[in-house]
Ligand binder design. Structure first.
Ligand code: FAD
Length: 467
């Protein structure tokens, strides 16, 4: 029995770790407890800056032995901020950010602290990528475990569809390798079931040739034209090849050169996306997007994929106050468009946006029970997110998001993507796991019966037993 297994006090844990253990009085503590959403302000008893799987094992064994609650932090991008707990131990994986790409086998091993930007940077050196999200600061870990939707999803599926194996520290303090062949139940649950089943210390992904340049499009429309533009967009997407990922985004026009001055700060509808196949093949496809309506600004250009992946980082800076809600849609019906435009006439808050994600394609072609992600038949994701700076505005901003969300509810599937749940969405967790909730509960009962990993959108280990 090693020292790590014996630690029942924070002092013992500190001795067992290779990385630092930060306490409230330590320099760096406040920085380490901060997450993307500035609304989250939690004070853990300690933060373990893990440097290896052995450190993660030490933390899990300590939490079991001491009874101290734990939470797991990777990129810190979850809106609900469950990565940080009050009065518990944060297992901080941020230092474990190595990425190793094997161009021969087209696979990559990624440590859980890596961001999408770090992953793309390494992989694009070899002209490779795997589907991820649309913000370079998001953590590979949380994104993949919840599903992982991004520009490449229609072509290659979700990030989690491209996971081929994972090293997992389990609740009983062991390190196991999970794949289709080893612990297949655990491997199934990791792909959509979030952080409920263990702490992943290494992800192995299937990679695909992408770029390095992809054809990108950004077409900005007057908000008054939004109804016609969304209807035409829907028709274009219905016929588009999988390689086109294109999102409508409602945002305030940034006060920067290139945008007409009279529109600065006013809402606009942008169609934004990329064609992930060869640039020349994308030209006629992207042309159909640009032909929609009469954009007041359009940019069609080949761009390094990794650059495109960080194009929208500035719109959602770290530490601002955020509140968001999401739906999934089986179709972008006229009713849905009318409901949206009936309730939105402005965007409060400087970092506020509404967007639709184009799904379908490779996501929908996988069997419904291939992984734990249950929403394969949804054709669009919908999200409304307010971002502001003043605590005094909290109530007004939150009320606005709820109004928009409620107006869209009659047009949605009732399901929701787990990675877009906010702090007060506890009653929607079952809808996030959908028809797979019972099976996830059974697997949770097998791998974490005492619910050690509960600082997350929690799968109740007793649901299956109760029903
Ligand atoms: C600006 C922004 C843009 C986004 N864009 C997209 C997008 O395009 N597509 C998309 O799909 N999602 C997107 N998301 C949502 C994102 O996928 C989730 O917020 C995800 O949880 C972030 O992962 P993280 O590692 O950064 O988060 P963290 O907050 O560090 O972790 C979230 C949770 O994941 C679990 N977890 C993290 N690491 C591990 C691990 N190694 N082992 C076990 N459990 C772990 C824990 O339960 C933790 O509480 C976006 C979020 C933001 C803030």
């Amino acid at each position: 029995m090693g020292q790590a297994e014996m630690a029942t006090t924070l002092e013992g844990l500190e001795d067992a770790l290779r990385g630092k253990l930060l306490r409230p009085e330590d320099e760096g503590y406040d920085e380490a407890r901060a997450v993307w959403n500035g609304m989250v302000d939690r004070h853990p008893a300690a933060i373990a800056r893990c440097e290896s799987a052995a450190d993660v094992l030490a933390c899990v064994r300590f939490a079991r032995a001491s009874g101290m609650p734990l939470s797991v932090k990777a990129g810190g991008h979850q809106a609900a901020g469950k990565a940080v707990c009050d009065d518990g131990l944060v297992v901080d994986l941020g230092e474990m950010d190595a990425v190793r790409v094997d161009p021969d086998t087209r696979t990559a091993r990624v440590e859980p602290g890596a961001t999408l930007g770090q992953f793309d940077r390494e992989a694009q050196t070899f002209g490779l990528a795997t589907p991820a999200g649309v913000h370079s600061g998001t953590g590979v870990a949380g994104l993949t475990l919840g599903g992982g939707i991004g520009w490449l999803a229609r072509t290659f599926g979700l990030a989690s569809d491209n996971l081929v194996a994972a090293d997992v520290v389990t609740a009983d303090g062991e390190l196991v390798y999970a794949s289709e062949h080893e612990h297949p139940d655990l491997f199934w649950a990791l792909r959509g079931g979030g952080g409920n089943f263990g702490i992943v210390t290494s992800f192995e992904f299937q990679m695909h040739p992408v770029g390095p340049e992809v054809l990108t499009v950004q077409a900005f429309h007057h908000f008054d034209d939004a109804r016609d533009v969304l209807r035409a967009y829907r028709e274009v997407m219905a016929e588009a090849p999988d390689e086109l990922g294109c999102y409508p985004m409602i945002m305030n026009v940034p006060p920067v050169e290139g945008f007409p001055e009279e529109l600065h700060g006013k809402p606009a509808l942008a169609l934004v996306g990329c064609y992930s196949g060869p640039v020349v093949e994308g030209e006629p496809v992207v042309a159909r997007v640009v032909e929609i309506g009469e954009p007041f600004l359009e940019v069609v250009a080949p761009m390094p994929y990794a650059t495109f992946q960080s194009s929208f980082d500035a719109g959602t800076p770290d530490g601002v106050r955020y509140y968001g809600k999401a739906h999934l849609l089986s179709e972008l019906s006229d009713g849905a468009i009318d409901a949206l435009l009936g309730v939105v006439d402005h965007l409060p808050g400087p970092f506020t946006m509404i967007f639709l994600e184009s799904l379908g394609g490779a996501i929908a072609r996988r069997p419904a029970d291939a992984t734990a992600w249950p929403h394969r038949q949804a054709t669009f994701g919908f999200a409304v997110q307010a971002g502001w700076t003043e605590p005094a505005d909290d109530e007004e901003q939150i009320a606005w998001v709820r109004r928009v969300h409620e107006a869209m509810a009659p047009h949605a599937t009732g399901g929701v993507y787990v990675n877009y749940l906010d702090v007060d969405d506890g009653d929607r967790v079952a809808a996030a796991y959908g028809e797979h909730y019972r099976r996830l509960s059974e697997i949770k009962q097998r791998w974490d019966p005492d619910n050690l990993f509960r600082a997350n959108h929690n799968v109740d280990p007793l649901v299956a037993a109760r029903t």
